[in-house]
Design a protein around this ligand. Structure first.
Ligand SMILES: Nc1ncnc2c1ncn2[C@@H]1O[C@H](COP(=O)(O)OP(=O)(O)OP(=O)(O)O)[C@@H](O)[C@H]1O
Length: 702
């Protein structure tokens, strides 16, 4: 289940002196030292101390397990599976050598099998054993199905699974003849011997209260969602009252969803006229919002305005970029959705999960590649969508999993067939050698351009020119920070988009006073900035987002491109790091600091939400960071003409297959990889991550 990449086994450590048992005091004494060494966070060491105060009889096993659980939760896992803890603790925890050795010594005094752990954990006043049938008395820890949870995450998992399954079971009444007629109108006639997965996705989403449409970049998730909305609208008995809402985890992803849906609906209008008036449908679709805004986030609170007692006013909710929706948010969303409403999740199951705990979409889509459709689903697909599902997509297990009957994976990319798609595929299947070959060999076949001119840049950036023989893909596996800076400012042959595009526009500020021209200028600067981005695997260090932000900013100041004066200066790109619903800015929003229109305009951060331009006085923005470089995590939901992925010297478990895949799929026309030493990408491609969670087991219902 979990990655087993580690080369060190805990038990390879020097044999430690025989330790028969340990005490709670001994464990509590060790943990702060482990936090000092960086193997645990302070928080992880503080939790057992707190639990020991609540329960003076808590076992040493419980205190150690609580610290490890807290650390796991900080890395995105929702629980500590005892089986994996006993099987390969090192692979589970991913500690560096010194940490693994320290743990190995303590390990000798710990139970060797899950049953031993279970016994040592049970009976404490701070733990509720669901397996032992204990009642809920508000205990902070929960032991269920051999997994140790922080109470909160156990509760979220339970609620998400119950809600998803309930909604999937809630069959919607269907007039099959009408559905067939509309699917024929919405899609071209099925080609014999092929499966139109988009058509199937619409048919499947029509019959349940819950459905998932997954697929890689450009496979037509939004295109399909537009057709699905038209279908739902067409077959609804009272379409004029249908309330449709759109949402995504970030403002940018929400704006993209709305834009793509609008253009897909425009493309459909002619096809469906005069049978269906899509302007009426468009009028029923609300603005695309962030999930926080949709649910009604309250300042400094985890509670939302909408919940089961005050549900959302919606009949159909489409959530895009669902891979970024973490467990807690999914639980809140499902709670707030009226029971009869339909939820349609769109997303790429292979992308990185959110930084927060849980990988809900990946769990929901387990087995989506194989289909796993029941005979009943196959009959329905034939009757309603005229699709004959090949044997290989029918369920091997009997009875078939319920959720598979509500999930469709789109398989043909319309935008990503070229070299970038091939590279993403190679990484996705773990073929690092092929990925490297693509980065080395992908020549432009005549498209080579000379190195772009270098303007106003210090000599240090002018190391030997980047090679000319590369097209959309390029990798430099012995890169220096100067290479990264040079690429950021000049691009490379085959991929000219760089920060130079927006920097050169900064100088074109129109005469003061002309508000329209000022707005057009701000828009242009923002759009040019969005053409290129440096993405990092990590935040800290010279190869991390924070380090590169400082380096790029300093280099641009030295080169005279930016007049850096204090924190706020014209041209500083900023990323919002905390939702502020009062200001209307949300975590992940990217803006650029520019003056307000008018004489000596005060500095404002300007943002683009799709076509809408807005600005916020910089004095009101407290939670932002520079955005020349950003982590791959933060880049989800965005695409850039040219994306450069910078890998760090050391990233431990952070450097995963999903991270590199997500970085590559942010590139629209060109992708560059910069790494300080060879082999990092191959290593990452061989390391798939699976987050520990009990959701999958709960969802494996038939
Ligand atoms: N069946 C189809 N026929 C023609 N064009 C299609 C079809 N499906 C998708 N497209 C086109 O392919 C492009 C990508 O589609 P779309 O944006 O819906 O993909 P997506 O999976 O939502 O992408 P993303 O990964 O960016 O979210 C769009 O230009 C869309 O119009």
């Amino acid at each position: 289940m979990l990655r087993t990449d580690t080369t060190l086994s805990l038990f390879d450590a020097e044999p430690a002196p025989e330790v028969a048992a340990t005490s709670r005091e001994a464990v509590l004494a060790l943990l702060p030292a482990w936090a000092d060494a960086g193997w645990l966070r302070r928080l992880d060491a503080a939790l057992p101390a707190f639990l020991a105060e609540l329960d003076a009889a808590a076992s040493p096993e419980l205190l150690l397990a609580a610290a490890l659980l807290s650390q796991m939760e900080g890395r995105g896992h929702t629980c500590l599976p005892l089986q994996d803890l006993c099987g390969d603790p090192n692979a589970l925890l991913g500690w560096p050598l010194a940490g693994a050795q320290a743990l190995a010594e303590l390990w000798l005094a710990m139970p060797a099998a899950p049953a031993g752990w279970q016994q040592a954990l049970q009976g404490s006043a701070v733990l509720r054993s669901v397996d032992a049938g204990e009642a809920d008395a508000g205990q902070p820890l929960v032991l269920a199905a051999g997994r140790l949870y922080l109470r909160r995450y156990w509760d979220h998992e339970r609620r998400v699974a119950a809600q998803v399954l309930d909604r999937a079971r809630r069959a919607q009444p269907i007039d099959e003849a009408a559905a067939r007629e509309w699917l024929d109108a919405l899609f071209d006639a099925p080609k014999p011997g092929t499966v139109d997965w988009q058509r199937l996705a619409c048919a499947i989403a029509l019959r349940g209260g819950f459905s998932v449409i997954t697929g890689g970049p450009g496979t037509g998730k939004t295109y399909t969602a537009a057709r699905l909305l038209a279908l739902l609208f067409a077959v609804d008995p009272a379409p004029e009252r249908l309330r449709i809402a759109l949402a995504a985890p970030t403002g940018k992803a929400a704006a993209r969803l709305k834009q793509s849906l609008d253009s897909a609906l425009q493309g459909l209008a002619e096809r469906l006229a005069p049978k269906l008036d899509l302007t009426l449908l468009a009028g029923r679709i609300g603005a695309a919002r962030t999930l926080h805004a949709l649910l009604g986030a309250r300042p400094d609170s985890r509670q939302f305005r909408h919940h089961a007692g005050q549900p959302l006013d919606v009949d159909v909710l489409i959530v895009d970029e669902a891979s970024m929706v973490h467990l807690e948010m999914m639980a809140s969303l499902l709670d707030a959705l009226p029971p009869q409403a339909r939820l349609i999740l769109l997303g790429d199951k292979d992308q990185l999960a959110s930084v927060e705990a849980g990988a809900v979409l990946a769990d929901l889509c387990e087995g989506a590649e194989q289909g796993g459709y029941s005979e009943q689903t196959a009959r329905y697909a034939q009757a309603v969508a005229s699709i004959s599902l090949p044997e290989e997509y029918l369920a091997q297990a009997s009875p078939p999993a319920l959720l598979a009957q509500h999930t469709v994976m789109l398989r043909e990319s319309r935008r990503f067939g070229g070299p970038i798609g091939q590279l993403a595929l190679a990484v996705h299947v773990g073929d690092g050698a092929r990925a490297q070959q693509l980065l080395r060999d992908e020549g432009p076949q005549g498209r080579a351009a000379p190195n772009p001119p270098r303007v106003g840049v210090k000599e240090t950036w002018d190391a030997p020119a980047f090679p000319c023989e590369h097209g959309p893909l390029w990798g430099l596996e012995t890169a220096t920070q100067a290479d990264v800076l040079r690429l950021a400012l000049h691009g490379r042959p085959g991929a000219p988009a760089s920060y130079q595009a927006y920097l050169s526009r900064l100088a074109l500020r129109p005469a003061s006073g002309d508000v329209d021209a000022h707005g057009a200028w701000a828009r242009d600067v923002l759009l040019q900035f969005e053409r290129f981005r440096l993405l990092c695997a990590v935040r800290e260090g010279p190869w991390g987002a924070a380090g590169l932000n400082r380096a790029v900013q300093q280099a641009l100041a030295e080169a005279g491109w930016l007049q850096v004066r204090g924190e706020w200066f014209i041209g500083r790109p900023v990323m919002v790091t905390r939702n502020d619903s009062a200001l209307g800015v949300f975590n992940g929003d990217i803006g650029i600091v520019l003056p307000a229109a008018g004489d000596g305009g005060n500095l404002r951060a300007w943002f683009l939400d799709g076509p809408r331009l807005r600005s916020v006085a910089v004095t009101r923005l407290s939670q932002v960071e520079s955005a020349f470089a950003m982590t791959v995590h933060k880049s989800q939901g965005s695409e850039f003409e040219h994306t450069a992925l910078v890998l760090p010297e050391q990233a431990g478990l952070l450097l995963s297959r999903e991270l590199v895949y997500t970085g590559i799929t942010r590139a629209r026309e060109a992708f560059s990889l910069l790494a300080p030493r060879p082999g990092l990408m191959t290593q990452a491609a061989s390391l798939p991550t699976r987050r520990a969670s009990g959701l999958l087991d709960r969802l494996r219902t038939t």
